[in-house]
Design a protein. Sequence first.
Length: 271
Amino acid sequence: MKDIMQAPFMIEMMRTTANMYRLGYDERNGGNISWMLDENEVGEYLGLSNVIRTIDTGFDATALAGKIFIVTGTGKYFKNVEFDPENNLGIIRIAADGRTAELLWGYSDGGRFTSELPAHLMSHIARLSIDPENRIIMHCHPDYTLAMTQVHEADERAITRTLWKQMTESIVVFPEGVGVLPWMVCGTNEIGEATAEKMKEYRIVLWTLHGIYGCGRDMDEAFGLIETVEKAAKQYILTANLPKANEITDENLLALTKRFDLNYRKDFLDI
């Protein structure tokens, strides 16, 4: 077997969690990531028949039976992942019954995956129905996005338009816009179901007064979506109370969609 500490997915998880903590996206034990791995790649590093223990998933994930995920642990700090990955991360396989996760590696202190795993798995199912290559679900608490949900109307069309108009790249990066949920209790199947439903339309979902759910085919795409939304939200917060001398117009946005051949939410433009 190869050394799992040298696995590309392990290195990327350590780098990403460290970066997100450094940026302030995941304070304390806030935030979580799940990454659906390729079984053949994992098999180069782990004996797939060696199940350490089983853990209840908290919901019926039969649609993901046999799929393998690397998932951040509950109560764990992102800043510690790179120094002790075996304690702060786990590699699990969804069993045939859908309600059991087979631990293949990690959670070495007896811990378990994030309490929001049901929301992650529901979102994986939703995104796979739209994009079979989607592998990442990422949740975090970026400052300016959170601040924006406190002062901006929590309407998908309105908040998307505001974000699109903050900087030129916004509509290019998330042309479908952003989904928005009202405040809900976290760590429940109810918020997971609501998020998954939004994920059928959007790759980014804002949890009002809580944070962001983002997804992607790889870590760069998922993180890139989140950091672009956060950058646009920052521009909004910094300028919301100032008079505007210049503004991206709907005509400008339309020109961008043509230049980059974007499949955008046409009903989000006033044209």
